[in-house]
Design a protein around this ligand. Structure first.
Ligand code: SPD
Length: 283
């Protein structure tokens, strides 16, 4: 029997009222509670298999490529070195998959707090995490905040934060202390990128993250793309560095990313960093 599954938002960034992002599911493939959250995977006609954590949409077979390419390639194409990469979160494996497309990447630590997400996605969403067997990938089931706090200074060339929204287990990925720890764990020419919520429905959070990162990094730039299963459909990431220019991608790495990408290319890279007026005015 087909059932509508909804992510519901109340308040809507101060506008009031309610919105919902509904996806019609034909079958529930997985539905369990971990120590951290409810993990569900649905079969759908429109989007293929779809992952929901605590009533929030995370990834869908036919809608994940844009998100995973955009969290990965702006950082990976601009960082001076990309040998050692840390992915925090990213339990569906999509971000690690994109990172590992770059031959210059020698080692990826993927630190996901919820082992149930990794196991469920390996079994039920194999189209997303296609790089689980890559010998460069080291999956660590642990708290990403503690991992980065305990990392030796300068441990990583690139840090990507692919967490959920700022409720539940991901809440620690949205504060100054965490960003400071990431700054310490990065090399001086390293690059940090994080998913940064909806610039429309969560504009306050987006702008607050931008300001908090500016306390740690000298270069902080938001960038944007459309993800239909996320609130507001307009989605954002924040790029941060100690000097590396986000708008100077290396042509050879862009070519690697473009070769198999669904969304990312050189023009997208530059265009994505255009900031809408309503966000600039909210700063
Ligand atoms: N509101 C959804 C925010 C999702 C961020 N992470 C998604 C996980 C995909 N790997």
């Amino acid at each position: 029997m087909s059932v509508w599954q909804d992510e519901i938002h109340e308040g809507n960034g101060g506008r009031g009222g309610k919105t919902r992002i509904g996806v019609l599911s034909s079958r529930t493939l997985f539905d369990e509670r971990s120590a951290f959250q409810r993990v569900r995977i649905f079969e759908t006609e429109a989007l293929g298999r779809v992952l929901m954590l605590d009533d929030l949409w995370m990834a869908a077979d036919h809608e994940e490529a844009t998100y995973h390419e955009m969290i990965s390639h702006p950082a990976l194409t601009t960082a001076k070195r990309i040998e050692r990469v840390l992915v925090i979160g990213g339990g569906d494996g999509g971000t690690a998959r994109e990172v590992l497309r770059h031959p210059g990447v020698k080692h990826v630590d993927m630190v996901e707090i919820d082992g149930m997400v990794v196991d469920a996605c390996k079994t039920h969403m194999p189209k997303v995490g296609r790089a689980w067997d890559d010998p460069r990938l080291n999956v660590i089931i642990d708290d990403g905040v503690a991992h980065v706090q305990n990392a030796a200074p300068g441990s990583y060339d690139v840090i990507l934060v692919d967490g959920s929204d700022p409720v539940g287990p991901a809440v620690g990925l949205f504060n100054d202390a965490f960003y400071a720890a990431c700054g310490r764990a990065l090399t001086d020419d390293g690059v940090f990128a994080t998913q940064a919520e909806s610039p429309t429905l969560m504009r306050d959070v987006h702008v607050q993250m931008w300001g908090a990162l500016e306390q740690v990094f000298s270069v902080v730039r938001p960038y944007y793309a459309t993800i239909s299963i996320y609130p507001g459909a307009s989605w954002s990431w924040l790029y941060a560095s100690k000097g590396t220019d986000p708008l100077a991608p290396r042509a050879e790495r862009v070519a690697v990313a473009e070769a198999e990408s669904y969304y990312y290319n050189a023009d997208v890279h530059h265009g994505a960093f255009a900031v809408p007026n309503h966000v600039l005015r909210a700063r």
